[in-house]
Design a protein around this ligand. Structure first.
Ligand code: CDP
Ligand code: MG
Length: 887
């Protein structure tokens, strides 16, 4: 009690210190306002503070008075009442053995880096150590960031379960939802959520510890968070409310954080946890890799399943469509009825099925011990081939005992001769959560688990019972052109680090095997590590968020890996043209240009935009949306555009003729539905965006059921996300503009004609830099321009996709959501605009010429701008224009 009182007193003291110390208040604010600047020009006191952090003596950070007051603290231990079986399982985890070392390092340092193999217990155990050591008692809590939403949710549930505590105490917060309460002590969240919190409270007062998990993934927000926290932690210390930062990574490549002087002046202490990893024998393919890696993976799985002892199989492919087609193929080859437990036959079985199960039952007995694993590791070893001796050898596909299945892959599906059913589960990030959860539960008795996954299974999730990994060696990545913003998905070779992570998944519970569908020569050509995401994508959203944090010179920010100058310039340019940043003053010299170019301050519109958790283009639409009662529609549109892939994919290659015919039929029906949603007249011109609006509207009227979605080609999960995001955006709009007093009514009436016109203009205001003009007659001489559109940034034409409702309309001017390169450069999310609106809504993109006769606006390909005569334009508008961004 006495201690508590003392603590309370101390806190009061601190509070009064903070409030009475008004002379330094202003300084403090400045520092908070621009932490980077603050860090660049440090006062002597701060210099000391930062040094003290690195001196591993947090107490030095405190002001003298506080130090004198502070007595040596007794070691705290907050008991946790775990179930005995949980406690036993925990004791097996490698991090448990290092608890003392880790906690000591955390106690003595402000920032610590922890490296440990996936599955060593970092994510689930470290928060518990910190809780037990008292970091969540009192008014501070423990925060953990994850780059993936799936991980934030599932890990919070797991930790709550392990600690035998309610999810009111161990909670999560992700973009659309959360269960955080006032009792929360351990909070899992996505990195984006913490970034938003920093905007509200730069010092993150409510946290005693922040853990940045999965730092090796180098997701953009994780990188930014580390940059910001490198400044926040010393500031917190200076304020006498120390905070700890723990960076956790699955690989040892952490120099970007630890040895980066811009981030942390002295190297950070790194603790390495040796995982109890069972040996994994890696088998390379001898053959030259073919493009049919899905087929090869299928054949490999068949072999493993037919020949090798029990143990789960994990297959890495690149995308959702591949995962599904593989699951279908495997289920056909090794049928399994999910209602079946074990191998008991079912009265509803057909005669054929009964026979099959009888055979399977017998075979299980007879054939399982046929081959033993050692046959693999004792493959003939060339003398002197060290790789091989280390267990990393090329698998001889042609002669590895009797694993060869024959050369004709076409026969394979019939040839598969199953001895026990294969329990096939897909795993990818867009999969519904309850489906994802299945992989953590044991497979039904008498079956072998086979998880067909994308690279989500690489590090953040550990699937129990995996003994065999089949790695196609590829990964699907989104590539952006930094300047034009055109993106395309490409399948490329993965990195050595990722391939090794994948292999590691096989050795979690016992020795395992990894089959790589490529040769060791190909492997040695892989990049060593995947590059940080920040170097590969546009950064306009980040730049806006950072400007809102008053970091004006984004170039100077201590990024663990800085984005390219080109990307920063493109982002600043876009934000200026959207009106989110002030236009740079006109300057003469190139040197001045350099100075002003990347330091445009944020505008009030920019601040409003930054308050919305969506990309700047969409944020602008929200900021503009308060006209003619359009806001609910704008919110819905933005939600639908933000949630990717709301329509089920109908273009994927079919497995058979029959399926192909079915798919064509379905495509036709869904096309009809889309045209219906698009409506007629003005609403048709809102194009694909009207279809989205119609789809959401119709779905909500029907009660948003899985059945409705299935029948109408909508992704149920996307529809639920849209609903959630609509709620969240409604809250955000009300927060930005309390007068809006918006109330979310899921069931909205269709927009009126004038509202549709207004929506088109709002969309134009947001997507202004994505304006495209239909090519003129003279350009049509070149057939490649047939039905093409010209955009300011691209030299080649872009096209309206056949799935778009505007495919046949071909309006003169359109705006698009994005250009995705597949067989052609296709615009997605196309909406028509009237040319008269362009000079008014996008004055920054227009040259205003001298008054001529009455010329229509013309697109000037050289400058990428629209030339028009301002006055005539206004007279030609027949419909009252709302005040959309008029200076
Ligand atoms: O973070 P790290 O990869 O180091 O490991 P973790 O996620 O903390 O997982 C530690 C162990 O808990 C793993 O061996 C998993 O098998 C197990 N675990 C589980 O059984 N179920 C979960 N939902 C999460 C983890
Ligand atoms: Mg983890």
């Amino acid at each position: 009690e006495q201690e508590e009182e003392e603590e309370e007193e101390e806190e009061k003291e601190e509070d009064t210190n903070n409030t009475t110390d008004s002379s330094s208040e202003d300084d403090d604010e400045e520092e908070e306002g621009d932490p980077v600047e603050a860090a660049d020009v440090r006062s002597a006191e701060e210099e000391k503070a930062v040094e003290a952090v690195q001196d591993k003596a947090p107490e030095k950070m405190l002001t003298k008075e506080l130090c004198n007051k502070r007595k040596p603290q007794p070691a705290v231990f907050i008991p946790v009442d775990r179930l005995p079986e949980i406690q036993a399982a925990r004791l097996k985890l490698p991090v448990l053995g290092e608890e003392q070392v880790i906690m000591e390092a955390v106690r003595e340092n402000m920032c610590v880096v922890l490296c440990g193999e996936t599955g060593s217990g970092k994510t689930t155990q470290i928060p518990q150590f910190l809780y037990e050591a008292g970091y969540a008692s009192g008014d501070g809590i423990i925060g953990i960031t994850e780059p993936r939403r799936v991980a934030a949710v599932s890990m919070s549930q797991r930790v709550a379960m392990e600690m035998n505590m309610s999810t009111r105490v161990v909670s999560y917060q992700i973009r659309y939802e959360g269960n955080v309460t006032s009792d929360t002590k351990i909070k899992f969240m996505t990195d984006g959520v913490l970034l938003k919190e920093i905007q509200k409270d730069f010092l993150l007062q409510k946290y005693r510890v922040i853990i940045i998990d999965e730092a090796h993934e180098r997701s953009v927000y994780t990188d930014i968070l580390i940059g910001l926290l490198s400044r926040i932690v010393p500031l917190r210390n200076k304020k006498g409310r120390p905070m700890k930062l723990l960076i956790m990574s699955a690989t040892l490549r952490v120099e970007d954080f630890t040895e980066n002087k811009k981030l942390f002046p002295r190297p950070l202490p790194v603790i390495k946890v040796d995982a109890r990893q069972f040996p994994v024998t890696v088998h390379f393919n001898r053959r030259t890799p073919t493009d049919d890696y899905v087929g090869e993976a299928f054949r490999k799985i068949c072999k493993i399943h037919r020949m090798l002892p029990p143990g789960g199989i994990l297959v890495f492919l690149t995308g959702q469509a591949e995962v599904h087609s593989m699951c279908r193929r495997l289920r056909r080859a090794f049928p399994f009825r999910s209602n079946r437990t074990g191998l008991e036959s079912d009265p509803k079985d057909t005669e054929e099925e009964r026979k099959w199960f009888k055979k399977a039952k017998q075979k299980k007995m007879l054939s399982l011990p046929r081959i033993n694993l050692d046959n693999y590791s004792t493959l003939p070893v060339d003398e002197g081939d060290e790789d091989r001796q280390a267990g990393i050898g090329d698998e001889e596909d042609g002669s590895d005992l009797d694993l060869e299945l024959g050369d004709d892959p076409g026969d394979e599906e019939e040839k598969c001769d199953p001895m026990l059913p294969l329990y096939v589960l897909p795993l990818y990030s867009l999969l519904a959560p309850e489906q994802q959860g299945k992989v953590f539960r044991p497979p039904p008795a008498g079956t072998r688990l086979c998880v067909v996954a994308t690279n989500v299974a690489e590090t953040s999730l550990t699937i129990p019972g995996i003994k065999y990994v089949v790695d196609c060696g590829r990964v699907k990545k989104r590539f952006y052109d930094r300047v034009t913003g055109v993106s395309s998905f490409r399948v490329t070779w993965t990195s050595q680090a990722s391939a090794n992570q994948r292999a590691g998944r096989a050795g979690r519970t016992e020795p395992g095997h990894c089959y790589r569908l490529y040769s060791s020569a190909v492997f040695s050509d892989f990049q060593e590590f995947s590059e940080a995401e920040i170097t590969r994508r546009p950064v306009d959203d980040l730049v806006l968020q950072m400007k809102d944090l008053n970091i004006e010179k984004v170039v100077n920010f201590p990024f663990p890996t800085p984005p390219s100058m080109e990307a920063l310039v493109a982002a600043e340019h876009l934000l200026v043209s959207l009106g989110a940043l002030e236009e740079p003053p006109r300057v003469r010299s190139a040197k001045d240009m350099e100075r002003v170019r990347l330091s445009c301050p944020i505008t009030p519109l920019g601040r409003a935009m930054a308050a919305f958790p969506v990309a700047p283009r969409y944020a602008k639409m929200l900021a503009m949306g308060k006209q003619q009662g359009c806001l609910p529609y704008v919110i819905t549109l933005v939600a639908a555009m933000t949630v990717r892939e709301i329509f089920e994919e109908t273009d994927r290659p079919a497995a058979s003729e029959e399926e192909n015919a079915k798919m064509a039929q379905r495509r036709a029906r869904l096309g009809q539905m889309r045209r219906l949603w698009a409506g007629q007249g003005a609403s048709l011109l809102l194009g694909d965006l009207m279809v989205m609006l119609g789809a959401v509207g119709a779905c909500e009227y029907a009660g948003c059921t899985p059945k409705f979605c299935q029948e109408n080609g909508l992704r149920y999960k996307a529809m639920l996300e849209i609903r959630q995001l609509r709620g969240q955006l409604t809250t955000a709009v009300n927060a930005v503009d309390p007068e809006a007093r918006l109330y979310l009514d899921a069931k909205m009436a269709p927009p009126t004609e004038s509202q549709v016109l207004c929506l088109q203009q709002i969309v134009l205001a947001g997507l202004g830099d994505h304006l495209a003009r239909r090519v003129q007659v003279e350009e049509l001489l070149d057939p490649k321009w047939h039905n093409g559109y010209k955009t300011p940034l691209l030299d080649s034409p872009v096209f309206i996709h056949p799935n778009s409702v505007l495919f046949k309309t071909l309006p003169d001017y359109v705006v698009y959501q994005e250009v995705l390169e597949t067989s052609k450069m296709y615009m997605r999310g196309v909406s028509a605009v009237q040319e008269e609106w362009i000079p008014q809504i996008l004055p920054r993109y227009c040259h205003f010429g001298p008054p001529l006769e009455d010329p229509p606006p013309r697109f000037c390909p050289d400058s990428g701008r629209v030339k028009c005569h301002c006055k005539s334009t206004f007279f030609r508008v027949g419909w009252p224009l709302p005040a959309v961004e008029r200076d």
